[in-house]
Design a binder for this molecule. Structure first.
Ligand SMILES: [Zn+2]
Length: 392
């Protein structure tokens, strides 16, 4: 039901569901905020959910697949293809592709994004400043957080200089970690730099199916040592899916006590892991996320790559990525919906909960449950921002 305008600047929905609460409610918006949320005698007038939070994307790489026009057969081939494409990156090219991606994300219901930006030599990448300008342009609709993404080996040489700039831009310090030599020392150094500049960390770690990919073990060790609870996010951790079961569970218990977060990126993992031509993949590279969640680890689900050499499809449609996670991980849609809403936004430092007094920015569906939303082949919903209907 469309909201009934009662007095100026005030809207009321009657008999709607509110994600996270049971029953039906009358919800009043006033001055851009949720004024009241009270039990209703009416029912089945739709559901409102928070704006979605996509905590792991790559806005610098997105939209390049068309011209690369080749499908990678492994993570490392995808990196090679991307490196070739980078030779033609310009400010305009990055701006167009990233802006288009943010527009798509917004249309698909996303209100918060953390984007990784490749930082592969000492000097600041062009994309860093381009996305900084897009962050400003979109600030009223989509909150964008930037994270540097450097090869771990580069950080052992230039980490301090990069960390300083990342800190000045109030951004996240990130590394790609995969079976590097002197792994422990290099990870320790990243934590020392983070500690010096007060940086939060985000690792692409163990994105592969080698049992000896154990970067996460050291990340946990130093998260504890540097007391960085709730400041270190690990993405992928695919090797936990094939490491010895008992060992993997001990690592997750340790990760939980260290206060580490885990991001699951189903589309890229399903696409790139265990690829072999003319053979169906057996190992799917999804970390044991149910066990992680049961141990109290904040597990988040995100888009990762879209339309680039790592994953040629996708459109920053987080609900469709969530659906893929439900299927690939046998997840329950209600228990896991916070993995694309509250958990990542809290991790980024924002509250997007629907509660009295909070900013009235949300999505409204005609359907009355998460299950019905997920069932749709194409989602249609209203976008409300600060108490105003922005898109029908
Ligand atoms: Zn990624």
């Amino acid at each position: 039901m469309d909201p009934k305008l009662t007095i100026e600047n005030e809207s009321i929905f009657r008999g709607i569901k509110v994600f996270g609460k049971s029953g039906y409610f009358d919800v009043t918006l006033s001055d851009g905020k949720f004024k009241s949320i009270v039990k209703s005698e009416k029912s089945k007038k739709g559901i409102i959910i928070p704006k979605l939070c996509d905590i792991h994307v790559h806005l610098d790489k997105t939209g390049t697949h068309k011209r690369i026009n080749k499908k990678a057969k492994s993570l490392f081939e995808a990196i090679e293809l991307m490196d070739k494409d980078k030779l033609i990156w310009s400010e305009n090219d990055i701006y167009e592709r990233a802006n288009n991606a943010i527009q798509n994300a917004w249309e698909n219901g996303t209100g918060f994004i953390r984007t990784h930006i490749d930082w592969i030599e000492e000097k600041t990448p062009i994309a860093w400043n381009v996305i900084k300008s897009l962050k400003k342009k979109w600030q009223d609709k989509v909150v964008i957080e930037m994270a540097s993404l450097s090869p771990l080996d580069l950080l052992s040489l230039e980490g301090e200089k990069i960390g300083k700039i990342v800190s000045e831009d109030n951004s996240i310090f990130g590394a790609f970690v995969y079976r590097n030599e002197n792994l422990q020392d290099k990870i320790k150094l990243v934590f020392e730099i983070a500690n010096k500049f007060g940086l939060k960390l985000d690792f692409h770690v163990d994105e592969g199916l080698d049992k000896d990919a154990n970067g996460i073990d050291y990340i946990i060790k130093y998260t504890k040592k540097f007391k960085m609870e709730n400041r270190v996010l690990c993405s992928h951790a695919c090797s936990l899916s094939i490491r010895d079961e008992k060992e993997a569970m001990e690592i997750l218990e340790d990760a939980s006590s260290a206060g580490i977060g885990l991001t699951c990126l189903p589309s890229t993992n399903l696409w790139l892991q265990d690829f072999s031509e003319n053979r169906t993949p057996r190992f799917r590279g999804i970390a044991p996320i149910i066990e992680a969640k049961n141990l109290g680890i904040p597990v988040m689900i995100a888009s990762d790559n879209c339309q680039d050499s790592f994953y040629p499809y996708g459109n920053h449609d987080l609900l469709s990525v969530f659906k893929l996670a439900l299927i690939s991980g046998h997840l329950d849609e209600n228990n896991w919906f916070d993995s694309i809403t509250h958990l990542p936004s809290e991790w980024m430092g924002f509250n997007n909960k629907i509660q009295e007094g909070s900013e009235a920015s949300f999505l409204k569906f005609k359907q009355s449950s998460i299950s019905e939303i997920i069932t749709l082949s194409k989602n249609h919903f209203q976008i409300w921002e600060k108490g105003k209907l922005i898109r029908e």
